[in-house]
Design a protein around this ligand. Sequence first.
Ligand SMILES: NC(=O)c1ccc[n+]([C@@H]2O[C@H](COP(=O)([O-])OP(=O)(O)OC[C@H]3O[C@@H](n4cnc5c(N)ncnc54)[C@H](OP(=O)(O)O)[C@@H]3O)[C@@H](O)[C@H]2O)c1
Length: 330
Amino acid sequence: MKAWLWDGSAGVDHLQLGDAPNPAAKQGEVVLEVDYAALNPADLYLAERRYPYPVNPPLPHVLGRDGVGTIVQVGEGVIGVRVGDRRTILRSQAGVFRWGSFAQRVSIPAESLVEIPPGWTDEEASCATLVYMAAYRALTMWEPLKPNSVVLVTGASGGVGVAAVQLAAAMGHTVVALSRDEDKQRRLKELGAAFAFNPHDSHWIKDVKDALNSRGVDLAVDNIGGKLFPEVIATMGELGRISLVGELAGPVPNFDTGTLFSRRLRIGAMALGYYTPEETRTIWHELLSVMAKSGARPQVDRVFPFEELPDAFERLRSGPMGKVLLRVKA
Ligand SMILES: NC(=O)c1ccc[n+]([C@@H]2O[C@H](COP(=O)([O-])OP(=O)(O)OC[C@H]3O[C@@H](n4cnc5c(N)ncnc54)[C@H](OP(=O)(O)O)[C@@H]3O)[C@@H](O)[C@H]2O)c1
């Protein structure tokens, strides 16, 4: 098969499209012939050797955590799926500790696959699981929000951000979305945000307060960190909660914990990797029922041919509107 092989050196220029042995389905696994794979910042972090914790897969390694395709081989002990069935990858160690979906075939534990949601296209199904589950847990990891709470989403145009905007809106909350791009702010309002602001505007915090009639934010979903984080804190209301999902802008400089006391704010990290396959499946089915209420669908930014993975990474780095995909099968 063809696969994008990474030699373990830092940088996406160390990925080479080459020939690799076909994977075989071991006990409890299936082999998926990949139609579409989706990119995530985690793939970039790994390729650039700046993953949030040490990850040293055997080399060469194949990246790619998300994907959709057809089952072409079923290992011993697998029940409930057959050769020819179409499935999407829910969440597994593929792309991190074992070979992932930037290849024509990938072996996956059968328990880490789910059916394609009815009516979804293959493209939509290939890119949704990781980011919608991250967004859903970020919204639900605390005690339940009161009806019509205010939810602020940073990096709202990205995979997790779009999912958080759609899910929070479908749950009936007032969504404030942050994006540095005016066109993307407009799209985010179409997707359910009540308000959208540019976090690089010096007056964005005042704009949020004005828009909310001085009401504070109840829950922030933060994908960015960095210098923006203390500004997010400034928008929070009494007993506000901040769910940390990512840190695209890096560490928070000079953070003052004193800003948390008077409003008794809480900060918590969400990490999908710590959920069991059963919990993961439950999260997925819960969020699908929320999406069904509003008819929300995954947003595909752009699909790149398999041979153009480096360009797809450039698009991801530049700040997409939704998800960046690879069409693996010609
Ligand atoms: N904890 C977990 O289990 C988990 C699971 C999934 C993802 N994540 C993490 O969550 C984060 C978001 O993932 P994603 O898939 O949504 O990323 P993404 O698709 O790359 O989008 C992030 C968005 O954030 C904005 N952005 C990027 N860099 C920025 C910067 N330096 N300063 C301000 N804004 C910036 C961009 O929007 P604008 O250009 O519109 O401003 C971009 O579209 C990543 O760090 C990812 O690794 C964590």
